[in-house]
Design a protein around this ligand. Sequence first.
Ligand code: 9Z3
Length: 314
Amino acid sequence: MSSMGEDEEVSSFFESSPPLKKMEDILQKLNGFIEHNSSGGRRRRIVCVTSGGTTVPLEQRCVRYIDNFSSGNRGAASTENFVKAGYAVVFLYRSGTCQPYCRSLPDDPFLECFQFPDNSNIQVHSSHVEAVKMAVMDQQAAVAEARLLKLPFTTIYEYLQMLRLIATALKDVGPCSMFYLAAAVSDFYVPWNSMTEHKIESGSGPLDIRLAQVPKMLSILRTTWAPKAFCISFKLETDAKILIDKATKALGKYKVHAVVANELSTRKEEVVVVSSSGNVVVRRDSDKPESIVEDNLIRLIVDRHSTYIKESHS
Ligand code: 9Z3
């Protein structure tokens, strides 16, 4: 039996993927955004923040799919902090998940935030004014200043094709670019050409599905797509006992600059940044109710990125 090499697995994944819809449109937005942030005397740092989980369709005309858990909170909060730190952010997010500047809004903002004092006026309930103001003003400012480009994905096929586009487009930004990979990416999938076209029929007993392994794109991102970019990946476990060991192995295997290790149930309280310079525990300031772990995490990552840029120029 012949086994495929890593590069071959990657090319065969892309060759058999359904083509990305609106690719021209995405490329145009992306190149415009990068151009704006790298020209006219500007040399802003650009970070690609990935956020939310990828789906694995079980049918080509998809009715059923497998999903990876992620609310998108980490990615959204991190994006806000990167913008605050002066970065331009390409926010590659799962459709429908948490958005930057919207974390304090209720689940159904349209229905819960607004009121109509009369037929021709609309008002925001006083209890939501601050949250709505932040959502609208901060997000509009970030977009208007070309600090934020939002690109949605749903499937693993879309996610990996878009990540490749972004990485390739950012190649010339070199060490000033960063990948902050907080999305929860499927490890297993159904290859497009072995997937049934129509809805899987029910009524004939249990369903057996064989899932193939998603090729390890992180290696290719590091070695080929954007070798000079600063690269942060995430490791999620539910068993705290194996977390640091798994993160350390990922650091060595993928040669990323740091792995952010988090345990599902405590992920909003603390993370551990694992890198060749040792492990650093980063916590939320528990004495401040509005403090989030991303405030301290992004400060540390930005610091590390600055050192990386300095070292690359010397
Ligand atoms: C993470 O570990 C993220 O921190 C979370 C954030 C998904 C836990 P939320 O979106 O949660 O705020 O609800 N992301 C990476 C998850 C992942 O699938 N990592 C892979 C792994 O651990 C490798 S890249 O094997």
